[in-house]
Design a protein around this ligand. Structure first.
Ligand code: NAD
Length: 281
């Protein structure tokens, strides 16, 4: 069994990005990322701090606009519109989830698609589905980088994606299909989840249910990618896979933490760098 080291791979990608940023800066261009953080959700604050720190390490210009949890939709829109026009900002990220009184889809559609480094705007999502150049959502893009690094050929493979959200499962399925995999997408209403996962050469799970994928749900030699991030009551961070038992059957598996998580940030930096390079042609 090979334990996939997302931390190591993300460091490698980030160090290449840092070198590129240095070269760009010598030409007077500094990639800039703006994060909008609404409310006081501790997990969101942690993610934003991590993203901000990685940006600074890579030499980016990085700002965070913190808005109160009672902020109006109009106020968030106003902030995004300002950032859309700001020439120092190449990428805009609205940290999700937003408070319940905010229409998330509407907010994401306000972001200039050329600055949509999270890849959640329908414009970029559509381009991903059509296999055109786009900002692909960072987490699925990170998983694709893992396959590339570990020489895992997707062509003709049976892949079961568990979870079908707009930010994880759906774009993941599109990227896999673009790589000529045969993709099954499953979700909360899937009748017999195990019947799908058991047939798959590769299982990719991102649902937010600790231990959902058990050893009898994967076939011998399967590749298992765990996108889930769950904080247990005892403070431990775990994924959606019963790692201890499932890993015994796998050919490759990602740990949590240290698997897909760090790759998401590396892809955010990569998309922001791409936006900056596009800006200067
Ligand atoms: P979401 O709540 O928007 O979507 C969850 C999806 O899982 C839905 O499609 C739902 O139908 C499906 N689902 C829920 N329970 C299920 C079950 N019992 N069986 C089958 N399907 C089920 O969540 P999300 O934003 O897509 O995030 C999913 C998980 O991925 C969370 O744990 C989140 O923390 C994690 N995540 C990790 C990263 C990362 O960087 N590694 C990034 C984004 C999200």
């Amino acid at each position: 069994m090979t334990l996939i080291d997302g931390k190591k791979l993300s460091k490698k990608i980030e160090s290449n990005i840092t070198a590129e940023v240095k070269a760009l800066k010598a030409k007077g261009v500094t990639p800039g990322l703006a994060v909008i953080l609404v409310g006081d959700d501790p997990a969101s604050h942690t993610y934003v701090t991590m993203k901000n720190k990685s940006c600074e390490n890579a030499g980016f210009y990085s700002i965070v606009r913190k808005l109160s949890k009672t902020v109006s939709q109009e106020e968030i829109i106003k902030n995004i519109q300002e950032l859309n026009k700001d020439p120092k900002i190449d990428g805009i990220l609205v940290q999700l989830p937003l408070p319940k009184h905010i229409d998330t889809s509407k907010i994401l559609e306000i972001i200039d698609p050329q600055k949509d480094v999270d890849g959640f705007h329908p414009y970029n999502m559509g381009r991903v589905v059509e296999n055109l150049d786009a900002f692909a959502p960072c987490t699925p893009a990170g998983v694709m980088e893992i396959f590339k690094e570990y020489n895992i050929d997707l062509k003709g493979k049976d892949v079961c994606v568990v979870g079908a959200s707009n930010i994880v499962g759906k774009p993941m399925a599109a990227l896999l299909l673009n790589a000529n995999a045969t993709v099954t997408i499953t979700h909360i209403f899937t009748k017999d989840l195990a019947s799908h996962t058991k047939k798959a050469d590769i299982v990719i799970v991102g649902v937010g249910v600790p231990g959902l994928i058990k050893e009898d749900m994967v076939k011998e030699g399967a590749i298992v990618i765990d996108i889930g991030i769950n904080r247990l009551e005892n403070g431990k961070l775990v994924g959606d896979v019963d790692f201890e038992n499932v890993s015994k059957k796998c050919s490759y598996i990602t740990p949590v933490p240290g698997g897909v998580g760090p790759m998401t940030i590396a892809m955010l930096l990569s998309n922001t760098l791409k936006a900056a390079k596009r800006r200067v042609g």
